[in-house]
Design a protein around this ligand. Sequence first.
Ligand code: SAM
Ligand code: SF4
Length: 511
Amino acid sequence: MRGSVIVNRRAAFERAAGYYALRGTTRANRRPVWGTRNLPETIDPARSTIHDPRSAAICRAILIHIEDGVSSQQKTFYIETFGCQMNFHDSEKVVGTLISEGYQQVQREEDADLIFYNTCSIRDKAEQKVFHRLNDFKKLHKEGKRFGVLGCVAQQEGEKIFERAPYVSLVAGSASYRNLPEMLVQIEAGAGRVTGLDDRETDQTFETEFTARSNPHRGYITIIEGCDKFCAYCVVPYTRGKERSRTSQSVLDEAKRMADVGYTDIQLLGQNVNSYRDPAGKMRFSELLSAIGELLGIRRVRFTTSHPRDFTKDIVDAIDAVPALCDHVHLPVQSGSSRLLSSMFREYTREQYLERIAWIKSARNKEISITTDVIVGFPGETEAEFGETLSLLDEVGYDGVFSFKYSPRPNTPSLQYIDSIPDAEKSRRLQVLQERQREIQRASYARHLGQVLEVMVEGKNAARGQVIGRTSQNKTLNFVTNGGREPDAGQYVDVEVTQIFPNSLLGKMVG
Ligand code: SAM
Ligand code: SF4
C-alpha cells in the first residue's frame, strides 16, 4: 500500500490477544445471579424514542414505565444510550436487570440516584464526547448521585475514566453486564471504583429474563455477541470481546415468549449474525431464522448485521421459502475496490461480494431489498478506488447506504496505516457518494408507485395528519386513511403507494 505500513491480520489477532492478556481475566465472579422476581409492567411505547439508531447521535432510547409518583424510598436510575441497535438492546437488558433489582427508572438525571451512560466508540472522538457529557454532571455528584459508564467507551478507556472523572463509580463493558447485580451490590455498599472490564474472553452471553423492551410489537433478540473478524478499522472486537453464540433453544424460547405476549416482529442481532454457531450444534443460522419465522404469531423476522464472507446461499433460500422472513438484507460492503477490501481485512473481493448479490437477486418468490455500509477515505484510497465504490453502487442498485468517513480508532490495526486522505477530501467523497446514492434510490423507489404494500403501523405524525408505517423491506411508508378509522400501532394494514421521496414513501390505506 502506498505511503503506509503493511499490517497483517495475524498481527491484529496477536495484538488483541496481548491486549486481553494484559488486562487479565477474572472468572471468579461468573455466578449467575438472576432472581425470580417478576418484572413489573414496563412498557410505554408512546414515550420511547430512537433518534437514528445507526448514528452516533444520542439515542435517548428507553423511557419506560415512568410512575406518576416515585416512592421516596425507591432507588432510582436514569440511562442514556448512544450508538447502534446492539447498544439499544443491551440497555433494554440493563434496564430490566436494574428493575428486577428493585430500582425505578426516571426520565431526568436530576431525579435519579444512579446515572448511566451506555456509550459507543465506533467512530469519531466518542470518548471525548462522553467526558464532556460527564463534566456536565459534576455538580450532580455533589448532590450524592452515582455515575456508571457502560459500553464500548467504558471498555476502551477502562480505569482511565476514574482518573478523568473521579465521581464515576462504575465502568463496565458489555461482556460484563451479566455481573451487573453484583456490581450494583458493591456500589450500594459504597464502593468507589467498581469495574467490569475483564470479561472479553468469556464464552458466556448476557441472557436475562428481565429484558425491558420499550416497544410492545417489535423487539430485538441478540443471537451472537462479540466479533472475531478484526477488520482493520474496527474497534468492536476490542470492546465487545470474542464471538460467542447463544444456543438456538434459548433464542427460540425467547422468541416464543415474545410471540406469546403479542410481539409480531423480531429482529435478530449480532455484529456478524452469519457466523452464528449453535453451541448445541442443532441449527445453522438459516435454520434458526426459519424456525423463528414459523412460530405462531410472528409475522416479520429481520436480522442484522451480515458479513459478506460468511453470508451463504441457504440464507437467501430461507428468506425465499418462509413468508415471515423479511425481504431485506443489509450486507455491508465497505468498499468497491478489492485492493482496499484486502487492506481492510474484509476477506472477500468485489467479485465475491457481487456473487452474493446475485444470489439475493435470484430469489424466486420475493424481491429482496439490499442495503449496505460504506467507508470513504480509508487510508490509501485512490480516486480510482473511490470510483470503484461508486460503480458498485450503480451495479447493485441499493435501496439504502449508510456511509461514513474513515475515522482512526484506538487499538485497531489501521492506526498503523497513514491516514492519508485529508478530512476535506473525505467529506467531498462522502458528499459525492451520498448524491449518487440519492439518484439511485430515487430511481429504485419509483418501482413502488402504485404498488399495494403491507405495513406495520409504528405511530402517528399528527402535524402531517399521517400514520407512520414500515414495510417488510424496512422502508418508511407514511399514509393517510381518507376518513377511515386510524389503525393502532402494531397493526398490519395494506397501503397503496402514491408518492415517492428519496428516503420514504407516501400512500393511502386500502380496504
Ligand atoms: N459488523 C458490521 C459489519 O461487519 O459490517 C458493522 C458494525 S459497525 C457497528 C457499523 C459500521 O460502522 C461498519 O459497517 C462500518 O461501515 C462503520 N465503521 C466501523 N468502524 C469505522 C471506522 N473506524 N471509521 C468509519 N466507519 C466505521
Ligand atoms: Fe467490526 Fe463488523 Fe468487522 Fe466485526 S465484522 S470487526 S464488527 S466491521
